[in-house]
Design a protein around this ligand. Structure first.
Ligand code: SF4
Length: 112
């Protein structure tokens, strides 16, 4: 019988999450030993990270576009207005108020 325990043993070869995290600031010199990592996710002031991070609950993938950029590219279903019928509109074509309403308010069919 094989018993598999997930998360029991840490993987040594796992990548350092701080390398791709949006919250990190990494300063490097010419030598491998010359590296300082600061994390801005943990407190008011950046905290220095002195080890390789393989698991972090505050990790934000810096290789993906941030939420506001995705919203600009997205097709957003909008209700009819005086200027246009109901339908999908590019996020970048919406007025600021319409964009706020579309992304922060639940759609009418979800309101109780
Ligand atoms: S949030 Fe986690 S992964 Fe990101 S920089 Fe801070 S410690 Fe590293």
């Amino acid at each position: 019988m094989v018993i598999k325990i997930y998360g029991g043993t840490r993987i040594q070869a796992a990548p350092n999450l701080c390398e791709t995290c949006r919250c990190s600031r990494i300063v490097r010199g010419t030598r491998d030993s010359e590296e300082i990592v600061f994390c801005s996710a943990m407190a008011m002031d950046p905290v220095r990270i002195t080890f390789k991070v393989t698991s972090c609950t505050d990790y934000v993938d810096g290789t993906m576009p941030p939420y506001h950029e995705l919203v600009q590219q997205a097709w957003i279903l909008t209700p009819a207005t005086r200027r246009r019928p109901a339908g999908f509109v590019r996020g970048s074509e919406l007025q600021k108020e319409e964009l706020m309403r579309a992304t922060h308010e639940p759609p009418p069919w979800m309101k109780g």
